[in-house]
Design a protein around this ligand. Sequence first.
Ligand SMILES: NC(=O)c1ccc[n+]([C@@H]2O[C@H](COP(=O)([O-])OP(=O)(O)OC[C@H]3O[C@@H](n4cnc5c(N)ncnc54)[C@H](OP(=O)(O)O)[C@@H]3O)[C@@H](O)[C@H]2O)c1
Length: 305
Amino acid sequence: MKRFEIGKSGIEASEVALGCMRIGGMEPAALGNLIQTSYDLGIDFYDHADIYGGGSCEEVFAASIARLGLDRSKLILQSKCGIRKGCYDFSKEHILDSTNRILERLKTDYLDILLLHRPDALIEPDEVAEAFATLKASGKVRHFGVSNFTPNQIELLQASLPDPLCANQLQLSITNTGPIDQGIAANTKIDNSIDRDGGVLDYCRLKKITIQAWSPFQFGFFDGVFIDNPKFPELNKAMDELGEKYGITKTGLAIAWIQRHPAKIQSVLGTTNVDRVTQVADAMKIELSRQDWYAIYLAAGNKLP
Ligand SMILES: NC(=O)c1ccc[n+]([C@@H]2O[C@H](COP(=O)([O-])OP(=O)(O)OC[C@H]3O[C@@H](n4cnc5c(N)ncnc54)[C@H](OP(=O)(O)O)[C@@H]3O)[C@@H](O)[C@H]2O)c1
């Protein structure tokens, strides 16, 4: 499992992270097996949010870590705040309050990284900066990042902060390639050239902000998994062939495709299935050729101008 620095934070982490959005209802033994196996495979980065399972995902995670006896200092824990029922809230009060409750649920003194979950239209950057400064000074949060932000939104917030934001978590999979499409189709009239995110991929590369790919196996907005889905016959055929060529499964290939991008994207796996995590770890040993990376992009229904 390759490792790289998250932004300019100094944190070295596995290129694959375990997303904890779906662990809330897992049996303790199965969850323990998932966490221990992923850890043994070299995955030491765990992605949470205050809203996952209404907070239960952080709670069961903490209980599992305690049962397993894993050393907190060896784990990189990230969580998010800013989404409330019916609104987004980046007020200082909400950020501080949410973080305190995250720490209580995770049973830890600090978060390695706190992300703002989705852009709040009513953001006051100086107020966010005050919240971040308070959290940093108290040792409760070491680094900060964002999620689903455009470059301009990052610039706006960054202008009030002393330290660089280290991560931007974005929806990205073989079938959700928005940040990649725009660059490939630039200067054409085809739909892929439409600027939907302000060129966030190149921006993050330039600024050394790590992109974290959420929902790497899903199509649409939580519409389902594209692997073995009859809605994607060409893609699955191409993935079957390439999986065989590289000796990996389609589940592994889905992540190998993201990791082949030179932006050093960190894939956030949402699977709760130990075999799938193992298949992904196996796939991290190969590197797709340029031709095969493009073959998958095209098989997903995209065109090269
Ligand atoms: N920042 C944001 O706005 C945002 C939004 C959503 C998610 N996230 C983060 O991203 C993580 C991943 O999101 P996600 O869970 O939606 O994405 P995902 O990894 O694309 O999907 C995982 C889901 O797909 C199922 N699945 C079925 N077949 C699969 C296969 N062959 N390979 C892999 N999975 C298969 C899994 O079931 P099994 O468990 O049975 O494998 C699981 O329910 C979350 O845990 C969270 O940390 C962030």
